[in-house]
Design a protein around this ligand. Structure first.
Ligand code: SF4
Ligand code: SF4
Length: 167
């Protein structure tokens, strides 16, 4: 398995974003019958090619959303009060009303190893990311549309589905 090349990913995203985002919208509005089966197959292929430890771009460039359950669990793991945890690291996003990281990269990312230092108690959003085979898949299309910019696995997933649907 090759390490993720983020420069190559960025270039690939720039070259194909319009085509792929249009494709995602079209598929969202008019999903083919075999979409879930195809997604499962392509998801497997993606993870045979992508190694997240060589990437960690989601933890570097994006913020997870924290539920109250996440905040309670992580604060307790760190021996903090939820209130202090929020004050130190989070802010409330006005638009979506979500708790998010104040800074990027995420404060819990070890930048030397690319590993999460709170892995066992990480937010549910992180544990499920990049949500490639969540169902109904059409509910996650808008997420993929955004994430192809940051996540090489999502970009590869959408490219593979695009290619498969051209035949
Ligand atoms: S909590 Fe862990 S998995 Fe989630 S963004 Fe931060 S470093 Fe990454
Ligand atoms: S989920 Fe995507 S962005 Fe995050 S480490 Fe894996 S490939 Fe990179």
């Amino acid at each position: 398995m090759q390490p993720v090349n983020l420069k190559k990913h960025k270039k690939n995203f720039q070259q194909n974003k319009r085509k792929l985002r249009h494709f995602i919208t079209r598929t969202e509005n008019n999903p083919p019958q075999n979409l879930e089966l195809l997604s499962k197959k392509k998801n497997k292929e993606v993870w045979a090619e992508i190694n997240c430890i060589s990437c960690a771009n989601c933890c570097k460039g994006m913020s997870p959303t924290y539920t109250f359950g996440d905040i309670k669990r992580i604060a307790s793991h760190l021996g903090m009060r939820p209130k202090d945890f929020k004050e130190k690291w989070l802010y409330r996003d006005k638009k979506e009303n979500d708790w998010m990281n104040k800074s990027r990269p995420c404060q819990f990312l070890n930048l030397k190893t690319n590993k999460c230092t709170i892995y066992e108690v990480r937010p549910a959003d992180c544990a499920g990311f990049p949500h490639l085979v969540k169902t109904p898949i059409t509910d996650y299309m808008h997420v993929h549309k955004q994430n192809i910019e940051y996540c090489p696995a999502t970009l590869l997933f959408v490219e593979k589905i695009y290619e498969a649907m051209q035949h």
